[in-house]
Design a protein around this ligand. Structure first.
Ligand code: ZN
Length: 676
């Protein structure tokens, strides 16, 4: 008497991906409810198990558990692939901005678009679309990090996939939270509501050490520990990140996050490209899992993760696609192949990361890296039935050799394509049968995605037309609807002016010495104005050292507002922003058609004259060599104040004994531009 099960899969080449990499051919798998109840040689399994009546494919829509006996016709039956790191909702941003450096891509494009468009509906649609793509490519589990993660969880559960869903927490305002405290509260509630779900493992995701404070890292680790859920984060992705961490905290990334108690939680660390042997051991001792993301690392030129060292040390290393905006697809067949190829190339050794080991990373090791190895990742009795069937007979994958066990892995890894996946089961339920998706309506999803793409296109087209709107899109810029009055005089000596500053009519509030490095960006359309990136190095004259560096961006209008007597200029309103990114970032983001650099050594006095504040600058322009100048500037005034007080500038000019000098009515940049 045989035991009756919901589904009996027979006539398959079963790759179990268990500890011994056991294969059965012809093999069979018995599935009952959500679990695998038996796996082995077909004749043995058939002796013990039989299935209920076979259910026709036509009635499988919506996914179904009991499907009777299924003849796999010699296809490979293996565990579903584990996508160990992604941001699935970003399917809706796929191909939006490519061939950019990580910071320009993230801060210049992704984040501004996300601030404008990402909503619970956006996330659900993006997730459903990603589930369709992933099911088609044989993925049964993914590890996600995004905003509105509860909506990712809902759409994923509706599609029938398994996922670790991490609610993002970072120090900036995000599309779903005004502050990190809000995201942390969202994460807590999300975890409480979903922690016993059969498909979803809720998690918390501090985005990365460079987008989080030490306090956020500590708080998220405590939350993850409290509920015993994973903590998913990006670690040591770029050399730039590691260099900054060393400069700011005197240590690389892994020791830093360890110091913040991150490893008290079950960590899933994406990337780990720039880690040394000691850091790999720290990750191992912390029981952390790692996601290796070869496409993302290659496309963003982040470097090559020391995957072989990690595996040799014993780390659980999975493979991830990363988000579809930086890959640009969710194709694990491509990732596994790349992982194998890259490992061989960087070690200069073709025996590195053989096909079986690469596939192991995409299955059992990946599940272990996500801390759900007890549930999925291999075809073993007691695990959930997360299975796929892969056809290894198409033209691009023929013929087949049976001589060695490794032949099967070679076929899957080196010649298999995601489109060869014909059937997908998750948690005992079919999500795809014979290439037909059973839980998702692709056509509807694609039509909705096309509408969103149209809106995002319109938003970016408008933004890209104006330097000002691009500046504002970065966040933090400040519009100053104010006026400045200024005069500039070319001088030969500075001493008489410094002496004149001691006159009783002049009250010195503050004096500073700094070096100013200005880079002006010019654009094709001169009405856009020009953008100045200014770095001020504050100099301590006693110690002769730079004590502080400040960088600012200023968008300067082209037009002069007016002129008073003695060529005292009235200048225009300006847009100011602290320059949080590097000069290189702004160059790549604003794409100026030309640049001019001006360096000067500046002695600056903040003074009061007749109850009005002014700045007196004594400038020595060193690059290009323009000579020395006296500049008198008002603080920012209203237009009315400018009219009433402009004469004070002329008075100061005579008081400082410079009224006889040659007045220059232009900014340095104008002088330089004209002489070029
Ligand atoms: Zn990522």
């Amino acid at each position: 008497m045989t035991q009756t099960v919901d589904t009996l899969l027979i006539n398959a080449l079963v790759l179990t991906m268990d500890e011994k990499l056991t294969q059965y051919s012809p093999g069979a798998v018995a599935v009952n409810g959500d679990s695998i109840v038996a796996v082995g040689p077909e004749d043995e399994i058939k002796k013990e198990y039989s299935a209920k009546e076979t259910i026709p494919l036509a009635s499988l829509k919506g996914g179904i558990e009991a499907s009777g006996t299924i003849d796999c016709k010699g296809k490979v039956l293996m565990p579903g692939l584990i996508n160990a790191h992604t941001h699935v909702s970003m399917t809706l941003l796929r191909g939006l901005a490519d061939d950019l450096r990580l910071d320009v891509w993230l801060m210049g494009y992704m984040m501004p678009v996300e601030r404008k468009f990402v909503s619970p509906e956006f996330v659900q649609l993006g997730t459903s679309l990603a589930c369709a793509e992933q099911i088609r490519s044989g993925i049964t589990t993914f590890n996600d990090m995004y905003y509105f993660e509860e909506d990712v969880a809902k759409a994923t559960a509706d599609a029938g996939m398994r996922a670790v869903c991490g609610q993002t927490v970072m120090k900036f305002p995000t599309p779903d939270a005004a502050s990190y405290e809000d995201s942390l509260a969202m994460a807590r509630e999300f975890i409480q509501r979903w922690k016993d779900h059969p498909l979803i493992v809720p998690a918390v995701s501090p985005h990365a050490p460079y987008t989080c404070t030490a306090e956020i890292l500590r708080a998220t680790a405590e939350l993850a520990k409290e509920f015993d859920v994973p903590l998913h984060t990006h670690l040591a992705e770029t050399a730039f990140e590691v260099d900054n961490m060393r400069n700011e905290n005197g240590m690389p990334v892994i020791p830093y996050v360890k110091k913040q108690g991150l490893f008290d939680a079950k960590v899933i660390a994406a990337h780990c490209v720039h880690v040394d042997a000691g850091e790999i051991r720290t990750l191992l001792h912390a029981g952390a899992g790692v996601s290796h993301n070869p496409s993302s690392n290659l496309k963003l030129a982040s470097g090559f993760a020391p995957v072989m060292k990690m595996l040799e040390t014993g780390l659980n290393v999975g493979i991830g696609t990363d988000g579809p905006a930086s890959n640009n697809d969710l194709d694990m067949f491509e990732e596994v192949r790349l992982a194998a190829f890259v490992a061989k190339a960087v070690t200069n050794d073709p025996t590195s990361l053989p096909a079986s080991q690469a596939l192991l990373m995409a299955t059992r090791l990946g599940a272990q890296a996500l801390h759900i190895g007890h549930l999925t990742g291999s075809v073993q009795t007691g695990k959930r039935a997360d299975l796929i069937l892969v056809d290894i007979t198409p033209t691009h994958n023929s013929p087949s050799f049976k001589r060695a066990a490794d032949n099967a892995y070679s076929q899957i890894v080196y010649a298999g394509k995601s489109t060869d996946v014909s059937d997908v089961m998750v948690n005992g339920k079919w999500l795809m049968r014979d290439h037909q998706l059973l839980t998702l309506k692709e056509d509807d999803l694609l039509a909705q995605a096309a509408d969103i793409a149209k809106n995002i296109d319109a938003f970016l087209i408008e933004r890209e037309q104006s330097v000002l709107s691009k500046l504002i899109a970065l966040g933090g810029s400040l519009e100053q609807e104010s006026f400045e009055v200024q005069v500039k005089v070319k001088i030969t000596e500075t001493d008489p002016i410094i002496q004149a500053m001691k006159r009783p009519e002049v009250e010195v509030i503050r004096q500073r010495h700094y070096r100013e490095h200005d880079v002006y960006f010019f654009f094709d359309d001169p009405t856009q104005g020009r953008l100045r990136y200014r770095e001020d190095d504050f100099v301590d004259d006693v110690k002769n050292i730079v004590t502080n560096v400040r960088a600012r961006l200023t968008l300067i209008g082209q037009k002069r507002e007016g002129e008073f007597e003695n060529e005292v200029l009235l200048s225009r309103s300006r847009y100011l922003a602290p320059a949080a990114q590097s000069l290189r970032f702004y160059r790549e983001y604003f794409k100026p058609n030309s640049e001019v650099q001006i360096d000067k050594d500046r002695l600056r006095w903040q003074i009061k004259y007749k109850d009005t504040e002014f700045f007196i600058n004594l400038d020595k322009v060193t690059e290009p060599e323009l000579g020395q100048f006296l500049e008198i500037k008002s603080s920012t005034w209203s237009r009315k104040d400018a009219d009433n007080k402009a004469h004070l500038v002329s008075e100061l000019l005579s008081l400082l004994g410079a009224s006889g000098g040659k007045t220059v009515t232009k900014d340095y940049i104008d002088i330089v531009s004209e002489n070029q």
